[in-house]
Design a protein around this ligand. Sequence first.
Ligand code: NAD
Length: 489
Amino acid sequence: MKDVVNLSKLALPEPLNLIGGEWVPARSGGEMDVVSPIDGEVFARIADSDAADVDAAVQAARAAFEGGAWSELTAAERGRLMIRLSERILEHAEDLAQLETRDNGKPIAQARADMKVTARYFEYYGGAADKVHGEVIPFQKGYNVEVHREPHGVTGHIIPWNYPAQMFGRSVAPAIAMGNAAVLKPAEDACLTALAIGRMATDLGFPPGAINIVTGRGARAGQALADHPGIDFISFTGSPEVGQMIQQAAARNFIGCTLELGGKSPQIVFEDADLDAALPVLVNAVIQNGGQTCSAGTRVLVQRGIFDAVGARLAERFGEVEAEASDHDGATLGPLISAKQKKRVETYIAEADAPLMARGRIGEGAPDGGFYVAPAVFGPCDPKARIAQEEVFGPVVCMIPFEDEAEAIAIANGTEYGLVAAVWTRDGGRQQRVAKAMRCGQVFINGYGAGGGVELPFGGIRKSGHGREKGFAALLEFSTIKTIVNNHG
Ligand code: NAD
């Protein structure tokens, strides 16, 4: 790997798990290589953990939750620790961003933005830790009824590789803010920033067992965590196939879960839209993070009267996009996460059941061993075409024409997913009608994406999953209600 990463103040994480406040190797001694998507070279190793490591982590979390130093902290003290972690992340943001880019392949500008968002999760939820109040319910004479909001206990977190640091913050911060003790299984394809932030938490004096991190393969460490009878709640982000298995495991253990499983999100462009404002956003909503974003706006629905004009402009812009090494300023599209993901995306492109309108390029300087894919625009697509229905998770967009509002709504809602949608129009009535008609968890009007959107409840329906992350909604997910009825006479 060429020496492009300046990890001056941040040591490369070692192949260790964080269990009960200690950094320990996998009990089996197993390790795995970490490959950089930029050039395909091995540059680090992580612990290849199994059920024994997961069991130790769950036990450490249990001890922290039941009587350990973590359980002794007040909500304000938990929040203060989290805010210090937020500040520590910001102090090391550049080093963390360099590490994220090397590990995940995302453009360095995106990695820098991710670190701000990650810090913001710990700031936001740290600030909220002592602001989740219970209620008193007026009841019969002689009774006092209190509704308490309590942590679940031990929470399991299985996160994907597309936003490793952000996902850590998004999943773990609300859980620990509520007083749960967390066991995190990050993705084997990219987990070094999660380990680095875990190291910051231990350095800052987070009590042992409050945050535990066990790295390794999904089918082994991940499955062991999902199946473990000692967890009280599980939060999963990743593929629908694995999400279904997580929900089955949760059912076997009679616990709750949240699932965030991706989407095929529509952006609806009406004839009266401000196209100059819309076009850059339409492009960015697809190529951001190499299209490896659950909320990527990968179906662009365009009203028929402007379809050819918008198609030509979008094709021109995509045609200019170059996939390149992502570790320098100005890179907009880097490699995909792995050889497997590159093959998956290229297969979708090769087998697409719609006309190809434009293809970007792979830059001449892109290292040979990296996992680069030139972006692709397809259209006009039949809304029921496979390429317009399935999540590709790469820089691929489908353009779909529509006649009127009713048809736009039907097409937009016409996949198994329902995560995010956008409507581009100057007509205020239409903005409200279409937003209300969208069957999904988040709708943008004349825009797309919220730069992290830490405060904004986020999640899907059906194949996009269920439950809500971000905002106060996540605190409610990571807690349970107890009603205390006191007959005081
Ligand atoms: P995945 O679902 O296999 O992996 C996500 C996480 O689940 C990782 O931490 C992984 O180790 C873990 N995991 C895998 N198998 C498991 C199991 N049997 N039990 C418990 N945990 C397990 O996703 P992937 O293979 O990395 O990507 C495949 C596709 O999933 C992508 O192409 C994309 O469509 C989708 N995806 C969606 C998101 C999202 O943000 N919604 C993120 C990543 C991937």
